[in-house]
Ligand binder design. Structure first.
Ligand code: ADP
Ligand code: MG
Length: 399
């Protein structure tokens, strides 16, 4: 048992009804169903997913909720209650990457990816509303893709598995939206379960649900959304990716996942002799962070949740010093939280802003949050948004 994991069922029913009502007002008919898919935070294993490595996300109670009905005339209409824009109308048979550059590319990209994978969708009306903060590193985009994919899978009886839906959602983002993300976010939205973290092997998408309920141990996992997003993120991601690929090539492996942790010193020595310093650092981050996922799993399996804290902090230092994807605000969260007595903290997601996670004693959570807010005020940063990361359910039908 874990205290108050996801949103209360009655809240979810109310939201499903509100989004269905929005659908009726917009399209003048009833939706055929309502679905939800969550945002996520990643506990440990950052930038490892495009290196065929391990990650450990958990779903948040925040969700994208979509009311959907089929159409038989090849038309796709999408609308978001969260934006001022009107209904976007597209023809399914004319969907091509780049044909729409608005938010509608996320749901349209899913329809496109389904079609190119041999699962044609005749058309649909979709209306959605989301409580996942956007651009905060909590993966509002994957929530949007996965809720669309699951709804169409159910309505068109496509029979795809959760992992297949996640892969198609990733393809939508890679090919249609044009963001070269790994598969973690979509797998988290599709496959997480209430009260668990998802131990995912991104090589073959094999997974294990690891019971994770900090409150049962008198602990809290906080999300601190810095509310900043620095512009260099996109180019930096591609540059890190290229550096990791160079490291793998020079070490003669297909992906850095294949460099055993025990052989890291020898691998780094070899790289130092023939590659740039950045390649050495990137390889060290990926191999050690992959190893940290295993360490966290072992600690959770042993019931030693408090000992996870220092591993998170080590992960942050590796992201800050070796991969260099942190920023002043994220470093300040970690620093202020640790100074206030937190067990551990790290940035989560792509970095350069976005969010951090903090593991703390439950009875110190408020004090820790206050300390982070005070440090932000003193540094002249905008006030961060802080809330508990309650491990919640993955995508599901809710109405
Ligand atoms: P993140 O996934 O970390 O939140 P991204 O930049 O990957 O950040 O995705 C954010 C984008 O997803 C938004 O700019 C918007 O295009 C789309 N999006 C997310 N939530 C919504 C929503 N509720 N309504 C419309 N578009 C949304
Ligand atoms: Mg995203």
């Amino acid at each position: 048992t874990h205290a108050g994991a996801a949103a209360a069922p009655e809240d979810e029913t109310r939201r499903a009804e509100a989004v269905a009502e929005g659908f009726r007002a917009l399209y003048g008919r009833d939706p055929e169903g309502v679905w939800a898919a969550p945002g996520r935070v990643n506990l440990i294993g950052e930038y490892t997913d495009f290196n065929d490595g391990f990650v450990m996300p958990l779903a948040l109670p925040h969700t994208a909720v979509a009311a959907v009905a089929r159409r038989d005339d090849g038309v796709l209409r999408v609308h978001s209650a969260d934006l001022p824009s009107p209904v976007t109308e597209l023809r399914v048979d004319e969907l091509t990457p780049g044909c729409d550059t608005s938010w509608a590319a996320y749901p349209a990209g899913v329809v496109y990816a389904l079609g190119t994978a041999g699962h044609p969708v005749g058309g649909a009306d979709l209306h959605l509303a989301s409580t996942v903060p956007t651009g905060a590193g909590l993966s509002s985009s994957a929530a949007l893709e996965v809720v669309t994919a699951l709804a169409l899978n159910d309505l068109y009886d496509l029979g795809l598995t959760r992992a297949e839906l996640a892969r198609l959602a990733q393809r939508a983002e890679n090919e249609f939206v044009g963001v070269p993300c790994g598969v973690m976010d979509q797998m988290a939205a599709a496959c997480c379960t209430d009260g668990h973290a998802l131990h995912l092997d991104t090589r073959d998408l094999s997974l294990r649900q690891v019971p994770f309920a900090p409150s049962d141990d008198g602990l809290a996992l906080l999300v601190v959304d810095t509310r900043v997003q620095h512009a260099l993120g996109d180019g930096a991601y591609a540059e890190r990716r290229a550096g990791c690929e160079e490291g793998a090539r020079r070490l003669g492996v297909s992906h850095l996942r294949d460099v055993p942790h025990a052989e890291l010193p020898a691998a780094l020595e070899r790289l130092a002799a023939e590659a740039g310093d950045h390649v050495v650092r990137y390889v060290r981050h990926i191999v050690t962070d992959n190893h940290r996922v295993g360490e966290v799993i072992a600690l959770l399996d042993a019931g030693d949740v408090r000992a996870v804290g220092p591993v998170l902090t080590e992960g942050h230092h590796s992201l800050r010093d070796d991969l260099r994807v942190s920023c002043a605000e994220l470093d300040l969260v970690v620093e202020a939280a640790l100074a206030a007595g937190a067990l551990g903290a790290r940035m989560t997601g792509g970095g350069f802003g976005g969010s951090a996670v903090v593991l703390t004693e439950a009875d110190a959570a408020e004090r820790t949050g206050d300390a982070v807010r005070a440090a932000f005020a003193a540094a002249g940063h905008p006030e961060p948004r802080i809330f508990p990361a309650l491990p919640s359910a993955g995508a599901r039908r809710i109405g």
